[in-house]
Design a protein around this ligand. Structure first.
Ligand code: IMP
Length: 178
Protein backbone atom coordinates (compact mmCIF):
# COMPACT_ATOMS: atom_id res chain seq x y z
CA UNK A 1 0.00 0.00 0.00
CA UNK A 2 1.21 3.46 -0.91
CA UNK A 3 0.99 6.61 1.19
CA UNK A 4 -1.69 9.04 -0.04
CA UNK A 5 -1.80 12.83 -0.17
CA UNK A 6 -5.16 14.51 0.44
CA UNK A 7 -5.02 18.30 0.05
CA UNK A 8 -2.22 19.47 2.39
CA UNK A 9 -1.79 16.24 4.40
CA UNK A 10 -0.05 12.90 3.94
CA UNK A 11 -1.56 9.65 5.19
CA UNK A 12 0.19 6.31 5.61
CA UNK A 13 -1.30 2.78 5.43
CA UNK A 14 -2.89 1.69 8.71
CA UNK A 15 -5.58 -1.04 8.47
CA UNK A 16 -5.91 -3.26 5.39
CA UNK A 17 -9.19 -4.08 3.73
CA UNK A 18 -8.77 -7.77 4.64
CA UNK A 19 -8.41 -6.97 8.35
CA UNK A 20 -11.39 -4.62 8.18
CA UNK A 21 -13.66 -7.23 6.60
CA UNK A 22 -12.59 -9.89 9.08
CA UNK A 23 -13.54 -7.74 12.05
CA UNK A 24 -16.79 -6.55 10.43
CA UNK A 25 -17.76 -10.21 10.04
CA UNK A 26 -17.22 -10.79 13.76
CA UNK A 27 -19.37 -7.79 14.61
CA UNK A 28 -22.20 -9.12 12.44
CA UNK A 29 -21.98 -12.56 14.02
CA UNK A 30 -22.43 -11.04 17.49
CA UNK A 31 -25.35 -8.93 16.32
CA UNK A 32 -27.01 -11.98 14.72
CA UNK A 33 -26.81 -13.83 18.03
CA UNK A 34 -27.82 -10.94 20.31
CA UNK A 35 -30.68 -9.40 18.34
CA UNK A 36 -32.27 -12.38 16.60
CA UNK A 37 -35.68 -11.82 18.17
CA UNK A 38 -35.68 -8.02 18.11
CA UNK A 39 -36.36 -7.21 14.43
CA UNK A 40 -33.97 -4.25 14.84
CA UNK A 41 -33.92 -1.07 12.83
CA UNK A 42 -30.37 -0.26 11.75
CA UNK A 43 -29.92 3.49 11.67
CA UNK A 44 -26.93 4.26 9.45
CA UNK A 45 -25.33 7.63 10.17
CA UNK A 46 -24.30 9.26 6.89
CA UNK A 47 -21.96 10.10 5.31
CA UNK A 48 -19.07 8.25 6.91
CA UNK A 49 -20.80 4.94 7.68
CA UNK A 50 -21.94 4.02 4.18
CA UNK A 51 -19.11 1.59 3.43
CA UNK A 52 -19.08 -0.04 6.86
CA UNK A 53 -22.87 -0.34 6.84
CA UNK A 54 -22.85 -2.08 3.45
CA UNK A 55 -20.26 -4.64 4.57
CA UNK A 56 -21.85 -5.18 8.00
CA UNK A 57 -25.40 -5.57 6.76
CA UNK A 58 -24.41 -8.09 4.09
CA UNK A 59 -23.37 -10.31 7.01
CA UNK A 60 -26.41 -9.59 9.18
CA UNK A 61 -28.80 -12.46 8.50
CA UNK A 62 -31.58 -11.80 11.05
CA UNK A 63 -34.83 -10.02 10.04
CA UNK A 64 -34.21 -6.26 10.19
CA UNK A 65 -34.90 -2.89 8.63
CA UNK A 66 -32.34 -0.33 7.50
CA UNK A 67 -32.65 3.43 7.39
CA UNK A 68 -30.21 6.26 6.69
CA UNK A 69 -29.98 9.56 8.53
CA UNK A 70 -27.68 12.53 8.53
CA UNK A 71 -26.24 14.60 11.35
CA UNK A 72 -23.57 17.28 11.21
CA UNK A 73 -20.96 17.62 13.94
CA UNK A 74 -17.48 17.63 12.54
CA UNK A 75 -15.24 19.92 10.47
CA UNK A 76 -11.62 19.28 9.50
CA UNK A 77 -9.53 17.34 12.00
CA UNK A 78 -11.12 18.28 15.32
CA UNK A 79 -14.62 17.83 16.71
CA UNK A 80 -16.68 21.03 16.97
CA UNK A 81 -19.02 19.48 19.47
CA UNK A 82 -22.07 20.91 17.75
CA UNK A 83 -24.73 18.61 16.39
CA UNK A 84 -27.88 19.54 14.51
CA UNK A 85 -31.02 17.42 14.18
CA UNK A 86 -31.57 14.02 12.59
CA UNK A 87 -32.49 14.39 8.93
CA UNK A 88 -34.19 11.67 6.94
CA UNK A 89 -35.87 9.47 9.53
CA UNK A 90 -39.24 8.35 8.18
CA UNK A 91 -39.79 5.12 10.14
CA UNK A 92 -41.84 4.92 13.32
CA UNK A 93 -39.23 3.99 15.91
CA UNK A 94 -41.24 4.11 19.14
CA UNK A 95 -40.83 0.83 21.04
CA UNK A 96 -38.20 -0.56 18.64
CA UNK A 97 -34.66 -1.78 19.07
CA UNK A 98 -32.50 0.67 17.13
CA UNK A 99 -28.91 -0.15 16.19
CA UNK A 100 -26.94 3.00 15.47
CA UNK A 101 -24.32 2.29 12.79
CA UNK A 102 -21.35 4.64 13.09
CA UNK A 103 -18.04 4.75 11.25
CA UNK A 104 -16.08 5.99 14.26
CA UNK A 105 -16.72 7.15 17.82
CA UNK A 106 -14.23 9.82 18.82
CA UNK A 107 -15.27 12.12 21.71
CA UNK A 108 -18.75 10.59 21.79
CA UNK A 109 -20.48 13.98 21.43
CA UNK A 110 -22.36 12.83 18.33
CA UNK A 111 -23.45 9.61 19.99
CA UNK A 112 -24.70 11.36 23.10
CA UNK A 113 -26.80 13.82 21.09
CA UNK A 114 -28.20 10.95 19.08
CA UNK A 115 -29.04 9.00 22.25
CA UNK A 116 -31.05 11.99 23.51
CA UNK A 117 -32.91 12.29 20.19
CA UNK A 118 -33.75 8.57 20.18
CA UNK A 119 -34.84 8.58 23.83
CA UNK A 120 -37.26 11.41 23.00
CA UNK A 121 -38.77 9.16 20.36
CA UNK A 122 -39.24 6.45 23.00
CA UNK A 123 -37.24 3.65 21.43
CA UNK A 124 -37.20 0.35 23.33
CA UNK A 125 -33.41 0.30 23.39
CA UNK A 126 -30.48 1.80 21.52
CA UNK A 127 -27.53 -0.40 20.57
CA UNK A 128 -24.40 1.04 19.01
CA UNK A 129 -22.21 -0.56 16.34
CA UNK A 130 -19.15 1.51 15.52
CA UNK A 131 -16.37 0.21 13.31
CA UNK A 132 -13.72 2.31 15.07
CA UNK A 133 -13.47 3.61 18.63
CA UNK A 134 -10.85 5.96 20.06
CA UNK A 135 -10.92 5.02 23.77
CA UNK A 136 -8.47 7.79 24.75
CA UNK A 137 -10.73 10.46 23.23
CA UNK A 138 -14.06 8.98 24.33
CA UNK A 139 -15.51 11.00 27.21
CA UNK A 140 -19.08 9.71 27.45
CA UNK A 141 -20.74 6.88 29.32
CA UNK A 142 -22.92 5.42 26.56
CA UNK A 143 -21.90 1.82 25.93
CA UNK A 144 -20.61 1.10 22.43
CA UNK A 145 -21.99 -2.43 22.15
CA UNK A 146 -20.20 -3.57 19.00
CA UNK A 147 -16.72 -2.27 18.13
CA UNK A 148 -14.66 -3.37 15.14
CA UNK A 149 -11.33 -1.99 16.30
CA UNK A 150 -10.00 0.36 18.96
CA UNK A 151 -7.41 2.84 17.73
CA UNK A 152 -5.22 5.49 19.41
CA UNK A 153 -6.13 9.15 19.29
CA UNK A 154 -5.03 9.75 15.68
CA UNK A 155 -6.79 11.05 12.58
CA UNK A 156 -7.71 8.36 10.05
CA UNK A 157 -9.23 8.34 6.56
CA UNK A 158 -10.61 5.77 4.15
CA UNK A 159 -13.37 3.16 4.42
CA UNK A 160 -15.95 5.96 4.46
CA UNK A 161 -13.97 8.37 6.62
CA UNK A 162 -12.87 11.65 5.07
CA UNK A 163 -10.48 14.51 5.42
CA UNK A 164 -12.32 17.63 4.22
CA UNK A 165 -14.51 15.51 1.95
CA UNK A 166 -11.69 13.44 0.47
CA UNK A 167 -10.60 9.83 1.00
CA UNK A 168 -13.97 8.22 1.70
CA UNK A 169 -13.70 5.89 -1.30
CA UNK A 170 -10.50 4.13 -0.22
CA UNK A 171 -11.08 0.53 0.86
CA UNK A 172 -8.16 0.54 3.33
CA UNK A 173 -7.75 2.87 6.31
CA UNK A 174 -4.85 5.36 6.42
CA UNK A 175 -3.54 7.42 9.32
CA UNK A 176 -2.20 10.99 9.29
CA UNK A 177 1.59 10.97 8.93
CA UNK A 178 3.36 12.78 11.76
P1 IMP B 1 -17.44 12.46 17.95
O1 IMP B 1 -18.73 13.20 18.07
O2 IMP B 1 -16.28 13.25 18.48
O3 IMP B 1 -17.46 11.06 18.53
O4 IMP B 1 -17.10 12.35 16.41
C1 IMP B 1 -17.80 11.52 15.57
C2 IMP B 1 -17.65 11.91 14.11
O5 IMP B 1 -16.44 12.66 13.87
C3 IMP B 1 -17.51 10.66 13.26
O6 IMP B 1 -18.76 10.14 12.87
C4 IMP B 1 -16.67 11.14 12.09
O7 IMP B 1 -17.49 11.70 11.10
C5 IMP B 1 -15.80 12.24 12.68
N1 IMP B 1 -14.44 11.74 13.02
C6 IMP B 1 -13.95 11.48 14.26
N2 IMP B 1 -12.68 11.03 14.19
C7 IMP B 1 -12.37 11.00 12.87
C8 IMP B 1 -11.19 10.59 12.15
O8 IMP B 1 -10.16 10.15 12.70
N3 IMP B 1 -11.25 10.70 10.79
C9 IMP B 1 -12.35 11.15 10.13
N4 IMP B 1 -13.48 11.54 10.76
C10 IMP B 1 -13.48 11.46 12.13
Amino acid sequence: MQRVILKDKTFVPYITSDKILESVKHMAQKINLDLEKEMPLFLVILNGSFMFAADLLKEVTIPCEISFIKLASYHGTSSTGTVTEMIGLTEEIKGRTVVVVEDIVDTGVTLEKLAILLAKKEVKQMKVASFLLKPDAYKKSIVVDYVGMEIPNAFVVGYGLDYDGLGRNMKDIFVLDK
